[in-house]
Design a protein around this ligand. Sequence first.
Ligand SMILES: Nc1ncnc2c1ncn2[C@@H]1O[C@H](COP(=O)(O)OP(=O)(O)OP(=O)(O)O)[C@@H](O)[C@H]1O
Ligand SMILES: [Mg+2]
Length: 133
Amino acid sequence: MGVFLSHSAEETVRWAENYAKCLEAGDVVLLFGNLGAGKTVLAKGIARGLGIDGEITSPTYAYVNSYEDRLFHFDCYRIGSERQAYELGLADYFDAGGICVIEWSENIASLLPENCKRIKISGSGDEIREIKF
Ligand SMILES: Nc1ncnc2c1ncn2[C@@H]1O[C@H](COP(=O)(O)OP(=O)(O)OP(=O)(O)O)[C@@H](O)[C@H]1O
Ligand SMILES: [Mg+2]
């Protein structure tokens, strides 16, 4: 386990770009942290580190956005239930050959595969972020 202290969104992006180098197809990365902690910022850095260009936006209505079928970015904040997530086929992305990065995986806990990687971001607002990985 490691810890990184980030003083800005830019630092988080740069850290995540570097972190992405250790990821392989099939990896599932869970991002933990409160609203506004920086999970989406971190996901943008992972995308950049994977060489995905184009803008990464927060998936809202669809719960998951695909980038070149290499990165699947989930935001499960608004999922109604694990049953709904299952019926939407969200679990199908875990073995679709890309890397899954998931915000609010707490809401789909029973669907998650084993051996997920975890990143926990503490802090919000103007605070320094502690990134544990
Ligand atoms: N060190 C930092 N790392 C990341 N973001 C930071 C940092 N300092 C300030 N911020 C700001 O915090 C906000 C993080 O927003 P972001 O959308 O990434 O949060 P989130 O964790 O995805 O929230 P949500 O649960 O609502 O999706 C951004 O406005 C960003 O500029
Ligand atoms: Mg977010």
